[in-house]
Design a protein around this ligand. Structure first.
Ligand SMILES: *Cc1c(COP(=O)(O)O)cnc(C)c1O
Length: 403
């Protein structure tokens, strides 16, 4: 983008700049008003100077907005900024993380196609595949996330898509994304990665060989618990299909939410750095405490995939899980003794949260399924926010005392 001195330097020159600069400046196109902050175009439709111009825009012969289900300048600014950060040719915003996943599968798969999904993906993702996509003739199988040989063995001639979350929730299991992409491509399948837990600040799946990245922007991209939204990003050739589906089916992003996410991206690296530093400190501290039986955090040398996490991610994320003495009762006593942490299943917020996965996020699984997923009754998950580290520690100490 060239600097337009004549127009009062309305656009920024972003050639070769770093991620921090992209997060603050990419995607913004100033209007002749010269606003410094991103303009919020809170409009459903657009007007034309003449009937001929309307006809040309509807026919796609002249560029420009027609209707906000199709394009909106604020939403486009968010899409361009997140595409820049993910290193994607194109990104498209959606109404939620779930609609990003829905749009990916609806636009890239057909009845008769086979999809492989990593075990232990987000609960609603499992429901979407099992209750809905299967109804439309998409075959779905689940594969243990880290087991590359199992992915290879599960492929069929009609396998079209691999869908994974890395790291997984709540046990922070990883898959080697570059090697999984090789397996997918060897079978002519696409690899989609839900990058919600890492954000492009910690992990760039497209650079590792994935074909599609999806996000719940509801989590760290907003980061302050205000808005729902999602993103799909990848090559233009694939995104063309996703955009076509979204424009037709309609789960597109509100311009207001896009504006909030634009501001969220500006502080994303600083926030992720603070989240990750506190999470690592708490994980290390928890590992030393009596009453804590095991800590799951890929930043700890005790994590079986610590080496892969160090190489694949810039830091280890904000989610720390641990098992306490005393089973479910111990876990509930620990949770109820905290005074600062919010008891909720959400994450990606400046406010730290604490959850008992076995009876909330994973409550609908049978005991057998839970055992297979490694979700014990004694497991607690925290999503570390931005409060003072010492205050978080003191709150967890209240939990420890209650064990
Ligand atoms: C929250 C979440 C989703 C769903 O996102 P919504 O914005 O709530 O629709 C998908 N994947 C992961 C990993 C999530 O944490």
């Amino acid at each position: 983008m060239a600097i337009d001195w004549e127009a009062g330097r309305l656009d920024s020159d972003l050639e070769g700049v770093g991620d921090d600069t992209l997060a603050v400046r990419a995607g913004q196109r100033r209007t002749p008003e010269g606003e410094h902050g991103e303009a919020l175009f809170f409009t459903s439709s657009y007007v034309f100077r003449s009937a001929a111009e309307a006809a040309a825009r509807f026919a796609g012969e002249r560029p420009g907005n027609v209707y906000s289900r199709y394009t909106n300048p604020t939403v486009r600014a968010f899409e361009e900024r997140i595409a820049a950060l993910e290193g994607a040719e194109q990104a498209v915003a959606t109404a939620s993380g779930m609609s990003a996943i829905m749009a990916t599968v609806m636009s890239l798969c057909s009845a008769g196609d086979h999809v492989l999904v990593s075990r232990s993906v987000f609960g609603a993702t499992v429901s979407l595949f099992d209750k809905y996509f299967k109804r439309f003739g998409v075959q779905v199988d689940y594969v243990p996330l880290a087991d590359l040989a199992a992915w290879d063995a599960a492929c069929k001639p009609n396998t079209r898509l691999f869908f994974v979350e890395s790291p997984s929730n709540p046990l922070a299991e990883l898959v080697d994304i570059a090697r999984l992409a090789e397996v997918a491509h060897r079978h002519s399948a696409l690899l989609a990665v839900d990058n919600c837990f890492c954000t492009p600040i910690l992990q760039k799946p497209l650079a590792l060989g994935a074909d599609i990245v999806v996000h719940s922007a509801t989590k760290y991209i907003d980061g302050q618990g205000r808005c729902l939204g999602g993103v799909v990003a990848g090559r233009s050739e694939l995104m063309k299909e996703v955009v076509g589906f979204l424009r037709t089916a309609g789960p597109t992003l509100s311009p207001f939410n896009a504006w909030v996410f634009l501001k969220g991206l500006e502080t994303l690296r600083l926030r992720m750095q603070a989240h990750c530093a506190s999470a690592l400190a708490l994980a290390e501290w928890l590992e030393q405490q009596p009453g804590i039986e095991r800590v799951y955090y890929s930043g700890l040398p005790s994590h079986p995939q610590h080496a892969l996490a160090s190489q694949q991610q810039k830091a280890f994320g904000a989610v720390v899980s641990f098992e306490v003495a005393g089973g479910r009762e111990g876990a509930w006593r620990f949770i109820d003794a905290t005074r600062l942490l919010s008891i909720t299943a959400n994450l990606g917020d400046s406010k730290s949260t604490i959850t008992h996965p076995a009876t909330t996020t994973h409550g609908r699984l049978t005991p057998d399924e839970r055992a297979q997923a490694g979700i014990r009754d004694s497991l607690i998950r925290i999503a570390v926010g931005l409060e003072d580290l010492e205050d978080l520690k003191r709150d967890l100490a209240r939990g420890l005392q209650a064990l």
